[in-house]
Write a protein that binds this ligand. Structure first.
Ligand code: AMP
Ligand code: MG
Length: 488
C-alpha cells in the first residue's frame, strides 16, 4: 500500500543514493515468490537489473517503475523517553508490488537522517536478512528480507566497515511512531487519515464496529500481545523495543541488536547499549504493553471524536487492560504446545513456570532442551532421562520430570504422534549469535557461502537436517559473549 501521506513534512520524495559496484551477498527465493520475481537456475533474479534496483542504482526493473520513492517521518519514545521526531533515516520506500511495500535499508541519507550517513554496514544487513527469514520460517509474523547487496564503499562506525543495502518487504512498515508523530503535532486530520488507511487496507472489520478507532486500537494491541508471546516461546530478544520500532500490523520489524537465547537466562540483555536492561528478555511483554499505552494516548483524539474526553480515556484504559490477558493466553498456548500438551489443566502454568525456573537456575540451553523433550515417553523414568544431567539440582528436576510424565499420561496422543507435533513447535535451529558472527566474518572476506548455508538451514528450522547437526549446538565458550549494540 502507498503511505500516501505526502504533501506535508510527514513524507518526502527520496531517491536512493547509488551504491558503487554492487554485488549480491544474499537473496531469498522464498521472499521473491511474494512479488512473483522470476529466478534463474542459481536462485538469484534472472534479470540482472534487479541487482541495480536493490542497490538503489536505478528505479525500474522489467515492468516495474518506482517513480515515487519516499521516506517518512515518525516520532517516538526511545528507551522510555520522548525522543521527538525521528523518521526513516536510512529506509527508502520504493513502492508497491503485489500489494506489498518494497523498502531499501541503507540506500543513503533521507530527509530524516539527522546526524546519520544513511548507510547500513554489511554486518547488520546480514543479521537483518538472516533473522527476518528465520523468523518467517518459525511462523512468527515479521517483515521479510529479499536481499543483501554489498559494495566496497567505506562506512565509519566504531571501526571502518563496508556498506550494504538490505531490501525488505512487508504489507506496511507503519509504526506506532507514525501515530505518535501526528498526535504530537495535534494534527487530528492526519491522524484520522492514517487510521482510515489502516482500517481500509488491513483491518476492514473495524468499519462494522460502533467505535472503529477504539476497535482498531484493540486489534493492533492484540496482534502485538500475541507477537511478543511468540517471541518469548522461541527465546527471541528484540533488543530495541522503542515505540518507533513497533509495527501496527504486529510484525517483528527493525532487526538491530537482537539475539536468541542460548542458555536460558530470564533477564538476558542482548543489546550491549541497553545498560539498564529495559529490553531484557523477561521485560519484553511489559515493554510491549507500555508501547501500546503510547499508541493508546496517540489514538485518544480519535476515540474522542465519538465520546467525551473522560469516556474516551476510560475506554482506552480498559482496552489496554486486555493486553496482559491476551498475552498470557497466547504464552500459555505456546508453552503448552512446547511441552506437547494438547489439553488444558489448571496445574499446567505452574508446571511450565517450575521448569523455566529450573532452566534459569542451571542456565540450560533453551532451544535444545525443548527440542530434546520430545524424546520423552509416557513410561520414561526420570532418572533415565539424559537431560537431567544438565541441571545442577537433580532432585528438583527429577521431581519435575515425574510430574511432567504423569501429566503426559493424561494426554491422548501416542508417544510417536506427540514427538512429531512437538518437533513442529520446538525448532532445532535458531539464528544463534555465534553462527551469524562466523557467517559475517567470512562475508567480510568476500565469502558469502556461509550466509547462504545458514539461510538454507534456518528456512527449515523444524527439520532434523542431520548433515547440519553441529549448527544446533550451543556456542563454544569463546563465542558465548558476542557484543551486539545499536551502532549498525
Ligand atoms: P533504530 O535504532 O535503528 O531503529 O534507528 C533509530 C533512528 O535512527 C531511525 O530514525 C533510523 O532511521 C535512524 N538511523 C539509524 N542509523 C542511521 C544511519 N546510519 N543513518 C541515518 N539514520 C539512521
Ligand atoms: Mg528503527
Amino acid at each position: 500500500m502507498s503511505f500516501n501521506l505526502c504533501g506535508d513534512d510527514a513524507c518526502q520524495p527520496t531517491p536512493p543514493t547509488p551504491l558503487p559496484n554492487p554485488y549480491w551477498v544474499a537473496f531469498s527465493p522464498s521472499a521473491a515468490k511474494l512479488i512473483d520475481l522470476e529466478l534463474g537456475s542459481d536462485e538469484f533474479p534472472k534479470d540482472p537489473e534487479w541487482l541495480d534496483l536493490l542497490a538503489g542504482n536505478q528505479l525500474h526493473v522489467g515492468e516495474h517503475l518506482f517513480s515515487n520513492p519516499i521516506s517518512t517521518a515518525y516520532s517516538g519514545h526511545q528507551f522510555g523517553s520522548w525522543a521527538g521526531q525521528l523518521g526513516d533515516g536510512r529506509a527508502i520506500l520504493l513502492g508497491d508490488i503485489n500489494h506489498l511495500e518494497l523498502q531499501l535499508k541503507g540506500a543513503g541519507r533521507t530527509h530524516y537522517s539527522r546526524m546519520g550517513d544513511g548507510r547500513a554496514v554489511l554486518r547488520s544487513s546480514i543479521r537483518e536478512f538472516l533473522c527476518s527469514e528465520a523468523m518467517h520460517a518459525l511462523h512468527i509474523p515479521t517483515s521479510r528480507a529479499l536481499s543483501v547487496v554489498g559494495s566496497k564503499q567505506a562506512v565509519r562506525r566504531e571501526a571502518m566497515e563496508t556498506a550494504a543495502v538490505c531490501s525488505r518487504i512487508a504489507p506496511s512498515f507503519i509504526r506506532v511512531g507514525h501515530f505518535e508523530h501526528f498526535a504530537s503535532l495535534q494534527n487530528i486530520v492526519r491522524l484520522k487519515e492514517l487510521a482510515e488507511l489502516l482500517i481500509t487496507q488491513f483491518y476492514p472489520g473495524c468499519h462494522e464496529q460502533k467505535d472503529p478507532y477504539l476497535y482498531l486500537f484493540k486489534e493492533i494491541s492484540t496482534r502485538n500481545a500475541k507477537l511478543v508471546a511468540n517471541w518469548q516461546s522461541v527465546g527471541f530478544c528484540h533488543g530495541v523495543l522503542n515505540s518507533d520500532n513497533i509495527s501496527v500490523l504486529g510484525l517483528t520489524i527493525d532487526y538491530g541488536p537482537f539475539g536468541f537465547l542460548d542458555h536460558f537466562e530470564i533477564d538476558h540483555i542482548c543489546n550491549h547499549s541497553d545498560h539498564g536492561g529495559r529490553y531484557a528478555y523477561h521485560r519484553q511483554p511489559q515493554i510491549m504493553h507500555w508501547n501500546m499505552a503510547c499508541l493508546a494516548s496517540a489514538m485518544l483524539p480519535l476515540v474522542e471524536l465519538g465520546h467525551s474526553s473522560e469516556e474516551s480515556q476510560i475506554l482506552l484504559r480498559s482496552a489496554l487492560e486486555e493486553f496482559p490477558v491476551i498475552y498470557a493466553a497466547e504464552w500459555q498456548r505456546a508453552f503448552r504446545s512446547k511441552l506437547g500438551l494438547q489439553s488444558e489443566e489448571d496445574g499446567d502454568i505452574e508446571l511450565i513456570e517450575r521448569l523455566l525456573q529450573a532452566m534459569h537456575d542451571s542456565r540450560v540451553d533453551f532451544t535444545n532442551f525443548f527440542r530434546g523433550l520430545s524424546n520423552l515417553k509416557k513410561d520414561s523414568s526420570p532418572i533415565e532421562i539424559v537431560q537431567r544431567n544438565e541441571f545442577i539440582d537433580r532432585e528438583n528436576i527429577d521431581l519435575w520430570f515425574a510430574d511432567y510424565i504423569q501429566r503426559l499420561q493424561r494426554e491422548s496422543l501416542s508417544d510417536g504422534a506427540k514427538k512429531d507435533t512437538m518437533n513442529l513447535t520446538n525448532p532445532k535451529y535458531i539464528l544463534r549469535n555465534h553462527l551469524a558472527q562466523v557467517a559475517i566474518e567470512k562475508a567480510q572476506q568476500d565469502d558469502f557461502s556461509e550466509v547462504q548455508r545458514l539461510q538454507q538451514i534456518l528456512m527449515n528450522p523444524f527439520d532434523e537436517q542431520e548433515a547440519f547437526d553441529h549448527y544446533s549446538k550451543p556456542p563454544p565458550v569463546d563465542m558465548q559473549r558476542i557484543v551486539v549494540s545499536c551502532s549498525s
